[in-house]
Design a protein around this ligand. Structure first.
Ligand SMILES: [Zn+2]
Ligand SMILES: [Zn+2]
Length: 194
């Protein structure tokens, strides 16, 4: 087992579409509060048209992650892109968010978080809470956390809104110990937890 001390990492939240600014601010506040990392909201950029799949009329999450990792991230900066458009990865009909394990960029899509399972509008505060949960979950992946078996933990996999709503807004004790802010207090982070 290889151990390394966590580097100091800052998080940037990038609204990709004007209407995602509020969610970006809420996500930034949660990142600071839950992960104890410095976090800033960047100026908004337009939705990423290059990632639109003309057949599916959804946006390719993998392509957007690659783009952000190439242009917005470095060793000390991780980015969370917040979108109002619907995201997919090839094996799923849609995803709420996306991140590569140990990667530099994560995504959150508000598209389905702002709706009920029946497609009606959700309460705005519920949609924002869901966005914060998805963002913290995806950031967990960027810090090499895999899915957690504790159904109440933020790192538990939620494939639908009911599962996401049942997840508590907290990391279980096990997962929390692998986040860098907690590791920086004298613990070590296990590298490559896969
Ligand atoms: Zn996940
Ligand atoms: Zn956990």
């Amino acid at each position: 087992m290889r151990l390394k001390t966590a580097r100091k990492v800052g998080i940037r939240v990038l609204p990709m579409g004007e209407q995602t600014r509020l969610a970006a601010k809420v996500i930034a506040a949660h990142v600071e509060g839950f992960m104890r990392l410095e976090c800033r909201v960047l100026d908004p950029m337009p939705p990423p048209d290059f990632a639109l799949d003309p057949q599916r009329l959804q946006y390719d999450a993998g392509r957007i992650v690659e783009h952000l990792e190439a242009h917005c991230c470095d060793e000390c900066v991780k980015v969370v892109g917040v979108l109002g458009v619907d995201l997919f990865v090839p094996v799923f009909s849609h995803v709420f968010g996306e991140a590569r394990l140990g990667g530099g960029a994560a995504l959150v899509s508000l598209y389905r978080l702002e709706r009920t399972e029946e497609g009606r509008r959700s309460a705005p505060e519920l949609a924002l809470e869901r966005a914060a949960k998805v963002a913290l979950h995806e950031l967990g992946h960027l810090f090499s956390l895999t899915h957690c078996s504790d159904p109440g933990c933020l790192m538990h996999f939620s494939g639908d809104l009911a599962g996401l709503d049942a997840t508590r807004l907290l990391f279980c004790r096990y997962c929390r110990d692998f986040l860098p802010a907690f590791a920086a207090r004298g613990q070590a982070v296990e590298a490559g937890l896969v």
